[in-house]
Design a binder for this molecule. Sequence first.
Ligand code: PMP
Length: 451
Amino acid sequence: DDATSLPGQAAAPGPATPASMDAFWMPFTANRQFRRTPRLLAAAEGMYYRDVEGRQILDGTAGLWCCNAGHARPRIVEAIARQAATMDFAPHFQMGSPLPFELAARLKELAPRPLDHVFFTNSGSESVDTALKIAIAWHRARGEGQRTRLIGREKAYHGVGFGGFSVGGLPNNRKWFGPGLPGVDHMRHTLDIARNAFSRGLPAHGVELAEDLERLVQLHDPSTIAAVIVEPISGSAGVILPPPGYLKRLREICDRYGILLIFDEVITGFGRVGAPFAAQRFEVTPDMMTVAKGLTSGCVPMGAVFVSDRVHEAFMQGPEGAIDLFHGYTYSGHPLACAAALATLDTYAEEGLLARALELEDYWADGLHGLRSSNPGIIDIRNYGLIGAIELAPQDGAPGARGYQVLERAFRKGLLVRTTGDTIALSPPLIVERQHIDDMFSMLGEVLATV
Ligand code: PMP
């Protein structure tokens, strides 16, 4: 059994045998299919992965939308190593250590005012469930404990916790795991290919879909609703962009009825759209913001919830000695994650990476939309910041088959892409250069032509 050699570095351990791959039940994967044609990454540096056979793979997806500073950046690697040797773990229940305080203060400087308080988690899913719990507890703390209803959106992805999948809008979750939390409703999503196909940047049509929120508020009565959660740009369910004015309208409706607005910025945070957060680029400030991924550039698992002054303040009114929020994780503020995050923020600042998506946006859009002619089955191309999506018409009777073919063939050619059904998503590390963008679209164009 060669399982122990799989994650080996450049030493090229050779292809894994199916027997060695049985034990790891892979997330969101067709495990039996994968074992027949494995794609195994073994090392990473800068813009590239290397697979177990030593082939170079251009990272078109920043890992899973997370390695925004690129791979194996020495400053981040050293910070993690140094911290591991100094203090591996510290509890943060009724006890503390300096790093999470320092990190929260740094994060506060990056975020829009008044999102001045940070609660640490270990993932996007945990951040979402944390934000939903804070929303419900906030209303209770202010004497409105009947406000427990949560509103999400169709096609939304908010992770895999029970709260996150309930406010999310993926039918597979309900099919497999039941109805989820009670008292959840959904607005429609804003993907409208019939009206907006091949838009450059934000789609022109669809701002009126924000009125779904007004309709749901009237249906359920505002006095029952705690919070609305949306991704400013949906990523995992296929890259869905907000029409101009849509998020502002959600903000207005929430304000009118005393409902908290949560932005799930797990993929849009940390420079993906050319500002630290999408809230800043879209000029709409939520009451809470969930993040993960780019917070540590994917190096160590970490998530966070940004909380506004107004929300935080209500939890500070209890009797002296009472716990503010009955919630937390063993690893909230983990020293290795904090060290990785601080070094990541330094790297972003020093290299101007949080504005880089804005600088490259036009170049990126030109290359991406140039792929339109590579395959007659392309029904839409969408872009914003350093995010791209190409949507293929599904093959009759086999939705997702074309998307999978593209993923598989791109990998063989040396390009990592992400697919959701027949949508191919791209989100390169923010250190990407024009030459990488050219290489990416050239490889992808060749692959698309064969599908
Ligand atoms: N929210 C959004 C918007 C996401 O894109 C993701 C992950 N792709 C999550 C939550 C869940 O994050 P994690 O996988 O770290 O739990």
